[in-house]
Unconditional design. Structure first.
Length: 365
């Protein structure tokens, strides 16, 4: 396992007048209502050397387990997984957040939120009851309306909606862990999501999170079978997706007790990274030019316990470990895509998500 260099000073809050103009990263977490030790949405600074620094709690919130950022405004959206809500927050000061209106009702175990690239709406997926919910946004980024999408009605098993992806053609794709489904939707203003078509994956594979390659291929990590599903359009004219193949997510194979969590892409689209909880690994996969998975090339220790989420950014891999309560950072080799020796570990209570603030950097002091 890679040796970790721990910068103990990084665990201390930073005075606002000492905050450099580097990238801001928001952190989700579990709080006491979700069995965790966090207290709300956190704020990190990512330095140019890859190391992370804890800035403080941006907003107290109950189990904000997943976050999303408005594409043009200083607004952050957080699900409240235990409270069954979704709330918009406006940036306040250097890294603070204040509610932009009250929380809106969501479904049981609301676990994921994603924002339309045009800032028109957000989509929340609910693991507990399978609901997929669309919330329209007003001009200041606040939530203005709520619409429930059609439920998946496969008999004999509970629906478990888990994530949504804004596709490059303007449609939305969602995963259903319980029904082994990918569901593709069209957005209809003042109505919500209208089902376009569905794609069934192998039974008990458990599609969880998903990303789209710049060439259009969608890669879906399956929580239960520990695979990557490669999904492509039959044609641009038809718009329907088909399963091109299932590739093992790990080079060495899944181990008893494993479950896959997150999938992320390198900026150049040449590699994908899958987090595997249980054996606590990050698996690196090579992709071809079209975004299809060529092969898993290596499994490396994640550096902590229960890698719930990870972020690939500017040549660095940041891994959030829910149970050990830390974020570990690795440099990525630009050619092989493999992580090098860890450059730091930052204590973060029960982290569940790492989301860049995007085009809204910390102010220069």
């Amino acid at each position: 396992m890679a040796t970790l260099r721990i910068a103990t000073a990084a665990s201390l809050p930073v005075p606002p007048d000492a905050v450099p103009a580097d990238e801001l990263i928001w952190t989700g977490c579990y709080t006491a209502d979700g069995g965790g030790r966090g207290t709300g949405i956190g704020a990190l600074r990512a330095g140019t050397d890859g190391t992370l620094r804890w800035l403080g709690v941006a907003a107290a919130a109950g189990s904000p387990s997943f976050l999303a950022v408005h594409p043009a405004l200083d607004v952050v959206y957080a699900v409240g997984e235990a409270a069954q809500t979704v709330t918009a927050y406006r940036r306040s000061g250097d890294f603070g957040l204040e509610p932009l209106g009250p929380g809106w009702p969501a479904g049981d175990a609301a676990c994921h939120v994603a924002v339309d690239p045009q800032g028109r709406f957000l989509v929340v997926a609910c693991w507990g009851d399978g609901q997929v919910l669309l919330y329209e946004l007003n001009d200041d980024g606040g939530i203005s309306a709520r619409y429930a999408a059609a439920a998946s009605t496969l008999a004999g098993r509970p629906s478990r909606a888990h994530a949504s992806l804004m596709l490059d053609d303007g449609r939305v794709m969602t995963t259903d862990l319980g029904h082994d489904l990918l569901r593709v939707w069209n957005y209809v203003p003042v109505q919500g999501l209208r089902l376009d078509h569905e794609l069934a994956l192998p039974r008990d594979s458990g599609p969880r999170h998903l990303v789209q390659h710049p060439k259009g291929t969608v890669l879906v990590v399956t929580e239960y079978s520990i695979d990557v599903a490669v999904v492509v359009q039959r044609s641009r004219e038809s718009g329907t997706f088909r399963l091109a193949g299932m590739v093992p997510a790990t080079a060495a194979g899944a181990l008893p007790g494993d479950s896959a969590a997150e999938i992320a892409l390198a900026a150049d689209g040449r590699h994908a990274y899958v987090g595997v909880r249980g054996s606590n690994r990050i698996s690196v996969l090579e992709l071809d030019e079209g975004g299809s998975v060529v092969r898993p090339v290596a499994d490396v220790p994640s550096g902590g316990d229960w890698p719930r989420h990870h972020l690939v950014r500017d040549g660095w891999l940041h891994v959030a470990h829910e149970r050990s309560g830390d974020v570990v950072t690795y440099p990525l080799d630009p050619e092989s895509g493999l992580p090098g020796e860890a450059v730091g570990r930052l204590d973060v209570a029960s982290p569940t998500a790492l989301v860049p603030a995007g085009g809204h950097p910390l102010p220069t002091r």
